[in-house]
Design a protein around this ligand. Structure first.
Ligand SMILES: CC(C)(COP(=O)(O)OP(=O)(O)OC[C@H]1O[C@@H](n2cnc3c(N)ncnc32)[C@H](O)[C@@H]1OP(=O)(O)O)[C@@H](O)C(=O)NCCC(=O)NCCS
Length: 475
């Protein structure tokens, strides 16, 4: 294994090769690393990997530091910075055509390669987190260790429980979620260690501890909000023998439905990470760059996830689809009636929720795997049939309208219909589940942000006047 580590000499050799040769070496190295069989704990393994990665990044900066990643146009500055390559994100990369790869693995790869629960068929999100953090596929034992560790760290302080209990039911579940995560900051190990003057080289260890604590506590927070707002407020205790998703399902009151537990495993895996530029990831990373602790950083990410153009779209999709069903009188509406409804939405100046994407230009593989789940577990659900009908109709209409760069469905177009099938019908809550999953992705990167010593983020901004002056008399 040691001979596969990238040394400076190896880097010079690699840089003289063609891109395809470089790719096959990198993937051989990654695959060799992935199959390292061990029962080590995550922090132990991470502390072995970090020096290797630090050396790799140092070599990349030395050799490629002055290379250009691309040009920035005025349109890009006004256009939400689309396409500007200006951030490092280790866990995942999004290809516009292919969709997401987590540490170079596609969603079907993850479904095949990541450990599963006894009798389960979907990957365990614990395994995905391990993969995001280390770049390695964990063993079953490593994943079980993680399940137990998260269960052991799951208790939330009583003042945070009270804070959630005191929220009015009319406060949106995402606001309650963000409030509770911010309040957990009270016990941040990173914030305390920073105050005590720890050296920079130790930052990642405390960010790791906070991230593990925070991820572990998310099901308890989500469950409490759900039970308070929609049920009788009573919550079962975390079961140390269950995996993370089974515990979440239990807390929500759906633990006895095995297919729902499987859905949670898939759901939490696929919503975790979508590279670094999306609002929730970028917000977490940006706030973390000020050395705000993981609680403050992730709560910023959650506030971004709560926007209707981002995570909140999943609540909007089901609401819009149900409104359409009610207006058309049945879930078995004709194609013509659905087309009219979609056009009506567009003509009234609204977006069709669940369709389009800032980066993707094809059907989102996160949509596809949820569709496959539905075909397997709920093929005759009337709402699923309606969502399938929309899949056949909406892309054609959006193409005909000619505005959106991507007429295909995204992850949010499908998640709600699966949740409602099992009885989780409260749409306002859906983004909270998205948030639980997003924690896995953004917090794994936050650990790396500190391990790599990434600095305060501070891009340059310009005023319109400045832009005009820059190009005056330069036609
Ligand atoms: C995701 C989204 C915000 C991406 O925005 P974007 O990168 O600006 O997308 P585009 O470049 O394709 O937008 C170009 C135009 O098409 C429109 N458009 C994009 N998706 C659309 C949709 N689903 N329905 C109607 N119009 C849409 C945009 O509003 C924009 O219109 P404008 O020129 O009048 O401002 C956008 O597709 C959207 O609003 N989708 C619906 C909400 C959603 O599903 N969000 C979850 C994303 S995972």
């Amino acid at each position: 294994m040691a001979s596969l580590r990238p040394t400076h000499r190896a880097f010079s050799l690699i840089s003289s090769m063609t891109l395809t040769q470089q790719r096959s070496i990198v993937s051989a190295y990654t695959i060799a690393k992935r199959f390292k069989s061990t029962t080590q704990g995550l922090k132990e393994r991470l502390s072995e990997i970090i020096p290797e990665k630090q050396a790799e990044v140092k070599a990349v900066k030395q050799e490629l530091g002055k290379k250009s990643l691309g040009e920035v146009t005025v349109d890009m500055a006004y256009g939400g910075m689309r396409g500007i390559k200006g951030m490092i994100w280790e866990g995942s990369v999004l290809d516009p055509e292919e969709g997401i790869r987590f540490r170079n693995l596609t969603i079907p790869d993850c479904q095949k390669m990541l450990p599963k629960a006894e009798g389960g068929q979907e990957p365990l999100p614990e395994g995905l987190f391990w993969l995001l953090v280390t770049g390695e596929v964990p063993t079953k034992e490593q994943v079980q260790l993680l399940s137990s560790e998260w269960a052991a760290r799951a208790t939330i302080p009583s003042f945070v429980e009270e804070l959630i209990d005191r929220c009015p039911n009319t406060l949106h579940p995402m606001s309650q979620f963000s409030l509770a995560v911010t309040a957990l900051q009270h016990d941040s190990q990173f914030a305390k260690a920073y105050q005590s003057g720890i050296p920079k080289t130790q930052y990642w260890e405390y960010v790791y501890e906070d991230s593990m604590d925070l991820i572990a506590k998310l099901p308890n927070i989500a469950g409490r909000i759900y039970r308070n707002v929609y049920k009788d407020g009573k919550l079962p205790a975390i079961n140390p023998n269950l995996d993370y998703s089974a515990n979440l399902a239990q807390l929500l009151g759906f633990g006895d439905k095995q297919d729902f537990v499987e859905l949670m495993r898939l759901y939490l895996t696929i919503h975790s990470d979508h590279e670094g530029g999306n609002v929730s990831a970028h917000a977490t990373h940006l706030v973390g760059s000020a050395l705000s602790d993981p609680y403050l950083s992730f709560s910023a990410g959650l506030n971004g996830l709560a926007g209707p153009l981002h995570g909140l779209a999943n609540q909007e999709v089901l609401r819009w689809t149900m409104k359409m069903r009610d207006e058309l009188g049945s879930a078995e509406a004709s194609d013509e009636a659905i087309k009219d409804y979609v056009w009506k939405t567009l003509k009234s100046g609204q977006v069709v929720p669940g369709y389009g994407h800032a980066v993707l230009r094809k059907t989102d593989p996160r949509y596809t795997c949820q569709r496959e789940f539905a075909l397997k577990h709920l093929p005759t659900d009337p709402m699923f049939k309606l969502v399938s009908q929309l899949y056949n109709i909406v892309p054609g209409i959006l193409t005909e309208q000619g505005k959106t760069k991507n007429p295909w469905p995204n992850v949010d177009a499908h998640s709600g219909v699966l949740l409602q099938h099992y009885g989780l019908v409260e749409q306002d809550f859906y983004t909270v589940l998205f948030g639980v999953s997003r924690g896995l992705g953004v917090l794994s990167q936050l650990i790396w942000d500190r391990a790599l010593g990434l600095p305060l983020e501070r891009p340059k901004s310009l005023s319109t006047e400045h832009v005009k002056k820059m190009f005056a008399n330069k036609n």
